[in-house]
Write a protein that binds this ligand. Structure first.
Ligand SMILES: Cc1ncc(C[n+]2csc(CCOP(=O)(O)OP(=O)(O)O)c2C)c(N)n1
Length: 609
């Protein structure tokens, strides 16, 4: 592959300003090739990144970054930006341990302003930054790139509302591909589609010009801008009433893959004072046959064969298993399943097909999903809400206020609990246990095997109080057995890490170091069989794939503090830190939670008087 333009830019990013339109198009081609070849080896958000190549190149050509800045909402689509800001040589380490992050990361480069990975934050952070810029009397621009999926997020709405009244000069580029991971859901998406397909103006052009001319001081200038855009694009200016009512000027729709058109429009709209939204239509997965055909599968994909589009190792996941158990249970029991735009990741797609009336994808709206479930349950139905652990952080107050305070038996399925490979600190699922434990009325299960998980799901259907069930991405072991042989110390491990602990304990017993082991499912309130046996030991070790503060081990320690003060407790787990990128195995090894690390900790505690 000839990477020449990218290599030139890698040596000096400003050189992009000297490129001809033809060269910019060639640059886009090079970027696509680099992204496809790298993601085919390392995995990553392929389709989202291929869809924003022209927008990103146009912005780098047009802006002076820094001091100008681009803020990508979520940031999963920032690969082209990384390639244009001096990270070409390290790009092969994308999503690897100590490599380039799959999301913006200021420690890699100053043009990545925030370390992000959750939806809906870009408009608010841009507004904060631009507020200071205007206080300083500065001229630097802030441009937000946001997908139509993220636009539906509640935090985005709060930002838009504030932005409209603030009158700050921010350009939002709406990257509208009509997909979040699956098709974007909800009324706003329907509205955007209507805007795109509207063949004629709802108001006459003259009427629009008349209205614009009335804007004091600026109207005439804006009319020129509008005329200019009309001449230079094939598109008419459709009044985006929704945005206009919020105080945000709407321009578009334009072709988000036509660099000339993007640049022409940008040149014109920058003179407009106040917030502007430029609606760009893009194709998710653009430029690679297989991702264009199947943008859902290639939204976030593991290693694949570039020639055939086939994934090299399509791994099973615990979520897939949960989906199939719920599909079976759905035959016998009437319950609803709710997801926030994660139907496939959570393994709910087959349930959704089979029981379309009992499945709701509410868009990227985790907080809403919990309260919606509370409403369904209050009205007499059973509801499961599936959320990744990291996004559950958005719902603390709804679990507290709308579910637990009301003592409503909503079942929260927490997928991706524990260490998450590849995505880095924004996606680790290691805090849920600690923050849920503080809430009264909730019962928390951390199943340690597939068998145990199935039993827990069956139990949850009948439960009459709020329930959380946390499980990892990678498949749990089929079964994990107790070892109770009168050992000198008791090892307790919950959830996904129980398997490693059982292996470590078996090894130690073979070495004639007598340790007992019990896998633990219910951590709050602590399951009775564990409480019952504790008094028989002088030393207890706990282990969890979560931060060690305020987790399962802390429950055991508190219990010992109350009732069994002669027992010494060693808590193992993850430190209270932001875990960096790496695979689960690499990070478990680093934190000594792999089999060898656990053996060492148990031995030390065993021999230590
Ligand atoms: C709060 C939150 N919930 C869920 C996700 C998972 N997620 C990552 S990308 C994505 C889809 C985003 O869609 P869109 O903004 O339209 O961007 P596209 O990938 O289509 O370009 C989702 C739901 C997230 N990052 N943040």
């Amino acid at each position: 592959m000839n990477n020449s333009l990218l290599e030139e830019i890698d040596r000096s990013p400003e050189i992009i300003k000297t490129f001809s339109k033809k060269q910019l198009e060639k640059l886009c081609q090079e970027i696509r090739e680099k992204i496809i070849s790298t993601v085919s080896i390392n995995g990553g958000h392929l389709a989202s990144n291929l869809g924003v190549v022209e927008i990103t190149v146009a912005l780098h050509y047009f802006l002076n970054i820094p001091p100008d800045r681009i803020i990508f909402d979520i940031g999963h689509q920032s690969y082209a930006h990384k390639l244009l800001t001096g990270r070409l040589k390290r790009f092969d380490t994308l999503r690897k341990y100590q490599g380039i992050s799959g999301f913006p990361n200021p420690s890699e480069n100053e043009t990545d302003l925030f370390l992000t990975g959750h939806a809906g934050t870009a408009i608010s952070s841009a507004l904060g930054i631009q507020t200071v810029e205007s206080l300083k009397g500065g001229k630097a621009r802030t441009i937000v790139v946001i997908g139509d999926g993220s636009l539906t997020n509640g935090v985005t709405f709060e930002g838009l509302n504030n932005l409209g009244s603030s009158k700050k000069n921010i350009i939002i580029i709406l990257n509208d591909n009509n997909f979040s991971i699956s098709r974007t859901r909800g009324a706003l998406s329907y509205y955007l589609t209507k805007l795109i397909s509207m063949p004629v103006l709802t108001k006459s052009k003259e009427e629009i010009k008349e209205n614009l001319e009335k804007i004091p001081g600026l109207g005439g200038q804006i009319v020129k801008v509008v005329e200019n855009i009309e001449q230079k694009t094939r598109y008419l200016i459709v009044p985006g009433i929704f945005f206009e009512k919020l105080g945000i000027k709407y321009f578009g729709p334009i072709d988000g893959h036509d660099i000339n058109q993007i640049l022409d429009v940008l040149k014109n709209i920058v003179i407009y004072q106040g917030p502007v939204l430029l609606h760009a239509i893009t194709r998710k997965g653009k430029g690679y046959k297989y991702s264009e055909e199947n943008p859902e599968k290639f939204h976030s994909v593991g290693p694949f064969n570039v020639k055939t589009g086939e994934q090299l190792a399509e791994k099973a996941s615990t979520g897939f298993f949960v989906g199939s158990v719920l599909e079976q249970l759905g035959e016998k029991h009437e319950f609803f399943i709710i997801t926030s735009a994660m139907e496939y990741g959570l393994g709910f797609d087959r349930f959704a097909k089979k029981f379309p009336d009992r499945f709701f994808d509410v868009g990227i709206a985790e907080s809403h999903s919990i309260i919606f479930a509370a409403g369904l349950v209050k009205a007499g139905k059973k509801a499961f809400v599936g959320i990744y652990s990291t996004f559950l952080q958005r719902t603390y107050d709804q679990i507290f206020h709308d579910v637990c305070l009301q003592n409503l038996p909503v079942v929260i399925l927490i997928d991706r609990a524990g260490i998450v490979s590849g995505d880095g600190p924004t996606h680790q699922g290691i805090y849920d246990l600690a923050f849920l434990q503080t809430i009264p009325n909730i019962t928390i299960f951390c199943p340690y095997s597939m068998k145990n998980l199935r039993e827990t799901l069956e139990l949850a259907i009948k439960y009459d109080r709020p329930v959380a069930i946390r499980y990892p991405k990678e498949p749990l072991a089929e079964d994990v057995q107790k070892i109770v042989k009168g050992g000198r110390i008791l090892c307790l491990a919950t959830g996904s890490i129980a398997y490693n602990m059982s292996q470590a304990c078996s090894d130690l017993n073979e070495q004639k170091i007598a340790v007992d082991f019990i896998p633990v499912n219910r951590v709050k309130p602590l399951q009775q069989d564990v409480v019952d046996v504790l008094s028989g030991y002088k030393k207890v070790i706990t282990c969890e794939e979560a931060i060690v503060s305020a987790g399962f081990g802390s429950n055991v320690l508190e219990l010992c503090n109350e009732k069994f003060q002669n027992i010494r407790v060693l808590k193992l787990g993850l430190p209270q830190t932001f875990l960096q990128t790496g695979s689960r195995d690499e990070l478990l090894k680093y934190f000594r939670l792999d089999r060898d690390g656990l053996i060492e900790s148990i031995k030390n505690f065993y021999s230590n008087e």
